[in-house]
Every structure is written in C-alpha cells, then in structure tokens.
Design a protein around this ligand. Structure first.
Ligand code: HAM
Length: 419
C-alpha cells in the first residue's frame, strides 16, 4: 500500500468488480440509445452560477454539497453535482433546439460530485447514467423515459424496485399550494432551521425524515388537491400510458425531489434492499429550467440513474450478471522460440478481432496455465520447440480439456469465429 488512500467518500473501481460497473452503465444506456437518444458529454465542472440558478439556491445540493472553487484566473466554478443543468446548457449553447427537430433527446454517463456525509450507497464521487428529452411537452415523453428506465433495470435482472410517481404542478398551481402549505407549516412546533426552510422551500419540509416532524405532518395540504386542470389531465395521461405499457407504479403524493427545477411529473426508482439510500434513480419534468438559466422556453423531462446504487441493488438481490470473459484465447509459450512465434500469433489474432492474451515473463507451464484459466479464455494456445518443428501449436479447449494440434498457418482462421 502507498502512503495515499482514495479520498473520504470515494472508492476505486478495480477488476474484476469494475466489469460489473461497466456492464451496468451499458445496460442502463442501451434502451435510451435504441429509443433515439444521442450521446452527450459535458465538462466535469461548470460555472457555479449554472447550478445555483438551475438546481436551486435553497437546495442542500447547492448550499451544502457543492465542490465550489475559484480558479487561479478568478473563475468561480463547481464540480458538477448533477447532469441536467449541464446538458441543457450544452444543448442551448450548441443550438440543438434550433435544429427544428424537437425534442432533442440526449443521454450521458459520467462522474458527479457532492460533499455529502458518506455512508453505504452515498458517496462524494458517484456515477450516473442520464437521459434528457428537451423542448417538448408531451406526456408520452414522460412515459417513454420511465418505461426506458424500467426496461434498463429489468434487463439487468432487478425485480425488487418500485416506481414512485407524483406531479408537482406548474407555475400556475404550485404557488397556490405553496401558500397553503406554508400556512399549515407555520402553525407547527418546529426548530429554527426547519422554520427557515418553510419560508424558502416548504415542499422540502414534507421530506423531513424525523419522526417528530412526520407526526405533525398528518393533515398537511396535499398538492394533488391543488393541481390545476391542465396539470391533472397531463398527469392522468402519463399514468394511463404507463399502465398501458404494463409498467407498475405507485402514486406518492409526498414525493418531492431534492432539486428545485421540477414541474409536473416527478418520479423515483427505489430499491427495497438498500436501506436508507434506497433511491436508485430519479427524474422528472423541468419545464422552467431553460428560462432559469437564460434560455428560451423549452419544456423538458429526464432522469438520472445511479450506477453505484444499481450495483448495490444487484448485490442485494443476489443477481450475478452473465459477463462474457474479456479474453477468448490465451497463449502459453514454452521456450524462447515459441515466445516469438506465439507473440506474433497473438498480435495476428488481435488484428483479426479475436480477444487474445499472452503469458508474459519466464513462467513455467503450470503457472502460465493457471493464468490462462484465470483469464476466462475459452482456448489456450500452447507451443514448445517440438510443436514448432512440426509447424503446429496445441489448441486446448479450456472447457472440455480437449487438445489438438493445429497447423500454424491455420490458427487464426480456426479461432476467428471462436468465442
Ligand atoms: P438525483 O435524484 O439527485 O437526480 O440523482 C439521481 C440518482 O443519482 C439517485 O437516485 C442516486 O441513485 C444517485 N446519487 C445521487 N447522489 C448520490 C450519492 N451521493 N452517492 C451515490 N449515488 C448518488 C439528479 O441528479 C437529476 N439530475 C435527475 C434528472 C435528470 N432529473 C431530470 N433529468
């Protein structure tokens, strides 16, 4: 071990476990890619104001958890705590919304940073795969995104997740609800900080996990009773489309998300095997965000799924992904001449698209065969002086144990189709 350790709240992804993370990222992205979402990549840091305005000045993410810093040049930046504000900024900057091809559908995958109190499932550096549909108000898009996330989790073999669904209303009806909620909350017995929160972000008080707060919240006005007709109709349509698609969800009128930009549809994917950090993914509609960051009106919807927590959910359910071995052929030379010949063969195999590896260093047959087994390769190529003199190598099927001599000139062709 070196003097250094990974910083608090972070961890490294190392083989063989890292292969699972990679597979999870790919599995989450696959349904979105197949549904017309194009890949977008944005910088790991942005102007701090983008998040202050986008995610919200009163959110924990911005006030407590952001890695904000000033550069030597005097720029005020922040490591990205989430992807939506960045992706929308990039789409606007790249004029994608002017292409006459709305919605702009984008997916992304990357690292995000929040200065949170670390615990299992909650890290300071974590990974998300996200998808955003920008510039269109259509309940079918909200439904599409939820269906795609559901498909992603199912394709991984996850079953014990639930979809929580809510509508947060819009610029017309939410302020009315907010007033009513504030009126109710001001009458409760709450501490200083919570009382302050009532004035800045009353909906977040509903999310307070403390039993003494939750107890007082029975009888609080619920947003559902305040939704305007347009929001109600929109929400009903999203629900109907999900039901028609056979996607099971739970109405959760208490679901408020930790980011300020949401309007109308909000949802969370929770997994029951994860303890307190149960949200494996979340998202919703953010019709006002573009204007909040200085753009035109562009109603949009999206989600981000947490890669770290999805991997924990797989572990919790005991799901082992069926990952193909990275290496198909493992070459084991016996002697100097064989080294040169087999190394050449490995290079040829790789150029022909066959995943091949080689026993490096001066190892004996036993140690090298051990490495061959560990690599997961289906075939081993073994050759010594005698084989080379005969113009052959030994091709060993690692599954059946069968071995046969194959002419040197035919090896690549024989293995081209091997898996
Ligand atoms: P979020 O709910 O803040 O939403 O994060 C989405 C997911 O990222 C969470 O459900 C969780 O799985 C994972 N996550 C968040 N924080 C951590 C952490 N500290 N450690 C491990 N995993 C974490 C957003 O970020 C929105 N941008 C989603 C969205 C996209 N809304 C619209 N479009």
């Amino acid at each position: 071990m070196s003097t250094f350790k990974a910083p608090k709240g972070t961890y490294d992804l190392l083989p063989p476990d890292s292969a699972v993370y990679l597979a999870v990222r790919e599995a989450i992205a696959a349904p979105a890619r197949a549904a017309g979402y194009g890949y977008v990549e944005t910088p790991g840091f942005e102007n701090v104001e983008l998040f202050a305005r986008g995610v919200g000045e009163s959110t924990d993410i911005v006030t407590k958890e952001m890695y904000a810093f000033e550069t030597k040049g005097g720029d005020k930046l922040a490591l990205r705590p989430e992807g939506t504000a960045s992706v929308l900024r990039a789409a606007l900057e790249g004029n994608l919304h002017k292409s006459g091809n709305l919605p702009v559908k984008l997916w992304y995958s990357g690292s995000y940073y929040r200065y949170e109190r670390p615990q299992k499932g909650r890290y300071r550096h974590f990974s998300q795969v996200g998808a955003e549909a920008i510039g269109m108000e259509d309940p079918a898009l909200d439904a599409e995104l939820i269906i795609l996330a559901d498909q992603a989790y199912r394709s991984l073999g996850l079953r014990k997740f639930r979809i929580l669904l809510n509508s947060l209303g819009d610029a017309e009806c939410r302020p009315v609800y907010r007033d009513a909620l504030q009126g109710f909350l001001r009458g409760l017995d709450l501490d200083e900080e919570t009382r302050r929160r009532i004035e800045i972000n009353p909906l977040r008080v509903l999310d307070d996990k403390r039993p003494e707060v939750q107890k007082q919240l029975t009888g609080a006005p619920v947003l559902r009773d305040y939704l305007c007709d347009a929001c109600k109709a929109y929400h009903e349509e999203v629900r109907a489309l999900l039901t028609a698609a056979g996607v099971v969800y739970e109405d959760d009128e208490r679901l408020v998300r930790g980011l300020d930009y949401y309007t109308r549809t909000t949802f969370e994917f929770v997994h029951d095997g994860l303890g307190s950090q149960s949200a494996v993914g979340g998202g919703g509609r953010y019709d006002g965000l573009s204007e909040m960051i200085g753009g035109p009106a562009l109603p949009s919807v999206g989600w981000a799924l947490g890669v770290d927590r999805t991997v924990l959910a797989l572990e919790a359910e005991g799901v082992a992904l069926d990952l193909p071995a990275a290496t198909s052929v493992y070459a084991v030379p016996l002697g100097e001449e064989a080294r040169r010949t087999l190394f050449g063969l490995v290079t040829e195999l790789r150029r022909a698209g066959v995943a091949a590896d080689f026993a490096y260093g001066a190892r004996g047959l036993k140690g090298a065969m051990k490495s061959a087994h560990r690599s997961g390769a289906r075939y081993a190529l073994v050759a010594g002086e005698r084989d080379l003199a005969d113009g052959v190598v030994q091709l060993k099927d690692m599954e059946s144990g069968e071995q046969q001599a194959v002419a040197l000139a035919e090896v690549v062709d024989r293995l081209r189709t091997a898996r």
